[in-house]
Structure formats: structure tokens, C-alpha cells
Design a protein around this ligand. Structure first.
Ligand code: 5CA
Ligand code: ZN
Length: 408
């Protein structure tokens, strides 16, 4: 699929430190250890509705990683998918009476526009589920050869017990998995399954649903194998970071890792599994199914500066769960106005230590709130009359833009 346009990113006169990230599977902040090329996969949207603040927070979080890796001297190979055929998309299309393909195209385009407005760097490969069906079929064939696939009616299932490392991504107990599986697209109760946790990799054709030919009969890909196949094809095994929101820890990231690990005979899917916290609104997780949404596009239409949206998101550590309120946005609008006025002076408090502090904070598990605290302190000192650094504003502007994606 077509990706979106990259913003201009200023280059910095200093190189940033190596980046550490929290790894869900080890439950610890660990150094990322990329080679010259840092490989990142982040799960993309299911395009049946517009980008909300929860999505935006997750993509802005991984954008900080992308930027921090570049500033540390790596080429970043970033891959993202679009789940452009799946149950929720088909259900919404039927409900509102549009073709599912049209809904997917329209919402994916809106997402691209939102990402551009928020200055999120685009993935190198932006890949749809539909265009990946041949990859999915190849991966199922590999799993079949490994003896880890069976059928129930016309559907194909992956045996989770085929992966000795199954459970390592989430660290969850079987009981915890069983409790959540059904709520997140799984079918633990279905008769005929060998293990209630086994997941669908190929869903045989149903009346009124789209289907594609395959050696296993007409049907469509299961959700987890879509990301498994796309990541494997474009990044290979043991890539650096697999990312998404914390609602994807189980089953999604556990299952995609399991599928690749069995197909690739024990090679790890990713080195690090990183997860962003959930953004709530009106007391509950912001979600398309609950409808408690604040859309990026709706704010853009009402002339809200996208940089104020981005600043609001960055005020929260990416791993925390938090609640969106409009007050936070209006505070950010005021902050940006005051920052712009101060930057217009040119001179200010010494910038070099602030640049170092911002880069260090972001490289330490993407601590944007700590980075912004250093920025706030610089603005406070400058507004209090400190002007000893004649070119400070240019340096602050550059680090805000390159590291935090805030172009002022
Ligand atoms: N297409 C799949 C991933 S392959 C999917 O989960 N799509 S999604 O549209 O539901 O979500 C897109 C991304 O936003 C995922 O990484 C998801 O974890 C994240 N996300 C969804 N809701 C929230 C929320 N309320 N807060 C933070 N992140 C969220
Ligand atoms: Zn995914």
C-alpha cells in the first residue's frame, strides 16, 4: 500500500545515546541492540473508523523510538500493516451499508492524513492484509509442514502447544489467557478444537463474506497470521522491536510470535515486545466498539493545531494508562503559544545541556514527560531573562522537532 509523506526532520549536531525499551516478555527495561539497520514492526489500524487519541498515542510513542534510533545513528526499517479485511471491518461495512473495500480505503486515507498532521514518520513498508494473502498462504504451508495445523469444518487452526515458548511474550498463565481470549477475537468454546487457545489461521468462506482461493479452499486470513507473515517477509526473524498497544499483548502478539517461531524452527520472532498504555475517555478505554472517541481528524477540522494534540499525548509516559480530557489539549495550545513567542527572541538559557537531557530521556524507555520537563525548565529560565546563549532558540527548536516531533 502507499505509505504517507515524511516530514522534514532537522539533523542534530550531536549523536543520541543508544535506546532502551521496556520489554513485556522480560518485564524490564532493556537495551535495544540493533545492527546498522534497526528493525521495527508496529501493528497498524483496522480501518473501519477514524483515528482516535488512543491510536494516535500508540503511533506517536513508536515514532519516538524511530526518531531516537535515527538520532543514535541507525537506519530504521519500519513496517506497519493495515488489517484491511477482518470481522469488525466487515460488520461495520454491513451495518452502515457501504462496500467493505471502500470503507477500508477511506479510513486508511484518513489515518494517513492524521499521521502526516501529527508528524509521525511513515513506515518504509505499509502493507495491507489483502495484498499479503500469498504470504499468509506460504506461512500456513510452512506450519502445515511442521505439523502444527488442523482443520475444524472449513477453518484451519494453529496448535499453540507446537511452540515451546508459547506464553513467553505475555507471561500470562493459562487461566489468564482463557479469560481474555474470547473477548479479543478468540473462540475458546468452539467444539472440535484440540486446545481452547488454538487460533484460526484461515477462515473458510462464509456466505456474504469476501474469500480468496487457497490450497485449503476459499477463505480469508486469520488476524494473527497476517502480522506474522508481513513481519517475517519484510523484516525476517528476530527483528528488534514488535510494538502495539497493551491490548495486543495477548492473544495477538503471543500468537503471531508462536506462529513464526514454529515455522522458523525456534528462531525468535522479535527481540523486544513493547506495549503502549491504553488511553481512556469518559472513564473507559477509548474504543471503536464502545464509541467513546475523540478523533484526530475531528479536532483538525475544528482548526486545532496538530502539534497541540501531539504535545498533549507526549505529556504522558507511553506505558501509562491515562484519560484524555479536553483541558489538557487547551493547556497545550496555550503552552505552544508561549513557546513560540519565546523562541522568536533567538537567545536564551544555555541550550546544549537541555538537548542532552532530552535525548537521554527519550533514549531511556521513551520518557517524553522527562524530556518535556527539561524543555519546560529552559523556557522558564529564558522567560525569566536568561539570555546567555545567543543561538539557543535554534537548538531548542531543532531538538523539539527531531526528537519529539514538535515542529514550532
Ligand atoms: N489492526 C489491529 C492490529 S494488527 C488493531 O488492533 N487495530 S486497531 O485499530 O484496533 O488498533 C490500532 C492500534 O492502536 C493498536 O496498536 C492498538 O493496540 C492501539 N490502540 C487501540 N485502542 C487504544 C487505546 N484506547 N489506547 C491506546 N492504544 C490503543
Ligand atoms: Zn498486528
Amino acid at each position: 500500500m502507499r505509505t504517507w509523506s515524511a516530514p522534514q526532520v532537522p539533523s542534530l549536531p550531536v549523536r543520541g545515546p543508544q535506546v532502551s525499551m521496556h520489554d513485556t516478555s522480560r518485564n524490564a527495561v532493556v537495551p535495544t541492540t540493533p545492527g546498522d539497520e534497526a528493525r521495527l514492526y508496529v501493528c497498524g489500524i483496522t480501518p473501519y473508523d477514524a483515528t482516535h487519541m488512543g491510536h494516535a498515542a500508540t503511533y506517536v510513542a513508536f515514532d519516538l523510538l524511530n526518531r531516537a534510533w535515527s538520532i543514535a545513528g541507525h537506519e530504521v526499517h519500519y513496517v506497519q500493516n493495515v488489517t484491511d479485511v477482518d470481522d469488525p471491518l466487515l460488520e461495520r461495512a454491513t451495518k452502515v451499508g457501504v462496500l467493505w473495500e471502500e470503507l477500508a480505503l477511506r479510513e486508511t486515507q484518513l489515518f494517513r492524513d492524521d499521521m502526516e498532521a501529527l508528524r509521525v514518520l511513515p513506515p518504509r513498508d505499509y502493507i495491507g492484509a489483502v495484498e499479503s494473502i500469498p504470504l499468509v498462504i506460504d506461512l500456513i504451508e510452512k506450519l502445515r509442514a511442521a505439523g502444527s495445523i488442523y482443520t475444524v469444518d472449513t477453518d484451519l487452526y494453529f496448535s499453540v502447544t507446537a511452540d515451546p515458548a508459547f506464553g513467553d511474550v505475555s507471561g500470562w498463565t493459562r487461566e489468564e489467557m482463557l479469560e481474555i481470549f474470547g473477548e479479543r477475537g478468540g473462540d475458546p468454546e468452539r467444539p472440535g478444537k484440540k486446545d481452547p487457545l488454538d487460533c484460526v489461521v484461515w477462515r473458510g468462506e462464509r456466505e456474504g463474506e469476501p474469500a480468496w482461493d487457497s490450497p485449503f479452499g476459499p477463505g480469508r486470513p486469520g488476524w494473527h497470521i497476517e502480522c506474522a507473515a508481513i513481519a517475517l517477509q519484510h523484516l525476517g526473524t528476530t527483528f528488534d522491536v514488535q510494538g502495539g498497544g497493551s491490548d495486543l499483548i495477548f492473544p495477538h502478539h503471543e500468537m503471531s510470535a508462536g506462529e513464526v517461531q514454529v515455522a522458523e524452527r525456534g528462531e525468535a520472532f522479535a527481540r523486544t515486545y513493547a506495549h503502549a498504555g491504553m488511553v481512556a475517555y469518559d472513564g473507559e478505554k477509548m474504543s471503536k466498539s464502545k464509541g467513546n472517541l475523540v478523533f484526530v481528524s475531528a479536532l483538525r477540522m475544528s482548526d486545532v493545531d496538530p502539534m497541540a494534540i501531539r504535545l498533549t499525548l507526549l505529556r504522558h509516559h507511553y506505558r501509562s494508562d491515562w484519560e484524555w480530557t479536553d483541558d489538557q489539549l487547551w493547556t497545550s495550545v496555550d503552552t505552544l503559544a508561549s513557546w513560540r513567542e519565546t523562541l522568536a527572541l533567538g537567545a536564551g538559557a544555555p541550550a546544549a545541556p537541555v538537548v542532552d537531557a532530552v535525548l537521554a530521556a527519550v533514549a531511556d524507555d521513551l520518557n517524553a514527560p522527562a524530556a518535556l520537563a527539561a524543555i519546560d525548565a529552559w523556557f522558564a529560565a529564558t522567560q525569566a531573562g536568561e539570555t546567555s546563549d545567543p543561538t539557543a532558540a535554534g537548538s531548542i527548536r531543532a531538538v523539539l522537532d527531531a526528537s519529539l516531533g514538535l515542529a514550532l
